[in-house]
Design a protein around this ligand. Structure first.
Ligand code: SF4
Length: 321
């Protein structure tokens, strides 16, 4: 899939990844047979697409070219991406367009709320692009979206997947005060990869962000995810698990990195299903309440069912204490 020209940005075609356009194409490993993706053709998929489009919403499912879109949308599970489709960062793995974002849409929180109610979701995941251009990094817009969903669909539980709010003092506290049910912030990869894979971010800032959520409100579930196949060593993944447990993170997701275009970071390895199982086993021994690790695991995949598993695991641990 090559998406170098962004046709959604308006009548004028703009490069979707201007910062990557000059890079040479990277060599691509052949995909193993365990990376299988269903074509999105079902009636449920079409219905979800209609709701997303009629409410003028952006989804990370489409923007990131998620391989699970057929299965998720068939079950009316979509992850809404608020604050537009243009990101101020330029991560080497990500297919979301980079550039100067548009002004915030003040009607967006209410639109998301209406879409969630119409879809009848038990659990919704809300994420966003990075908005380094905003004084609060978009924290207040997250809060307004949480409030709008609660007003339109009071029984729906809310999971947010946030940027790192780097150099945005007070932003995290603002979002935590709105009490989402799950606070997710993805580390994405091991620290040795940060300069090449996630150059605008800082590993220990992200760890500290997750730890701070628990300090501010221990009732909120915390969650983080990484991709493997970016050149990391197994021991680095095990160290990252320890770092997340030190920050009291409840839920870890691990999935295979897939290269969106030839200009993105190359896939260095396809991790086998057996290796994913091994990561899952080790992660449970380190104390995570829930672990999802498989080639097609994405941080919002099966998020509703996983939220039920999280609640049950916390109750079981409290009962055993
Ligand atoms: S896994 Fe997440 S991003 Fe991918 S299609 Fe499902 S809801 Fe969307």
């Amino acid at each position: 899939m090559v998406t170098l020209l962004d046709t959604k940005a308006g009548a004028v075609l703009r490069p979707r990844h201007p910062e990557k356009a000059h890079r040479p194409d990277s060599a691509q490993l052949p995909k193993p047979d365990w990376i299988r993706v269903r074509a999105p053709v079902s009636a449920g998929y079409a219905e979800t697409r209609e709701i997303v489009q009629s409410h003028k919403l952006v989804t990370v499912c489409e923007e990131a070219g998620c391989p699970n879109i057929g299965g998720c949308w068939e079950q009316k599970h979509a992850t809404f991406m608020i604050m537009g489709g243009i990101c101020t960062r330029a991560c080497a793995f990500c297919n979301v367009a980079t550039g100067l974002p548009h002004a915030l849409d003040p009607d967006e929180p209410a639109s998301v709320g209406r879409a969630v109610a119409k879809m009848g979701l038990n659990h919704v995941v809300i994420t966003s692009v990075d908005r380094d251009d905003l004084a609060d990094g978009g924290a207040q817009h997250f809060v307004e979206t949480i409030r709008a969903i609660r007003a339109a669909a009071p029984l729906t539980t809310i999971e947010i997947l946030t940027p790192d709010f780097l150099r945005k003092p007070g932003a995290l506290e603002t979002v935590v005060a709105a009490r989402p049910d799950v606070f997710n912030h993805n580390l994405e990869t091991v620290p040795s990869n940060y300069l090449t894979v996630r150059p605008g971010a800082r590993y220990f800032h992200s760890i500290r962000l997750l730890q701070r959520v628990k300090e501010l409100d221990p009732t909120i579930f915390t969650k983080s995810g990484i991709m493997v196949g970016l050149g990391e060593e197994r021991n680095e993944v095990l160290q990252l698990m320890d770092d997340l447990r030190t920050a009291d993170v409840d839920f870890l997701t691990i999935g295979q990195y897939l290269q969106p275009t030839k200009k993105h970071h190359p896939v260095k390895a396809y991790v086998t299903p057996e290796e994913f199982k091994s990561y899952e086993t080790v992660a449970y021994t380190k104390g995570f309440l829930v672990v999802a690790a498989s080639p097609l695991t994405r941080s919002s995949h099966h998020a509703g069912a996983d939220f039920q598993r999280l609640k049950a695991a916390r109750l079981a641990r409290q009962a055993a204490a």
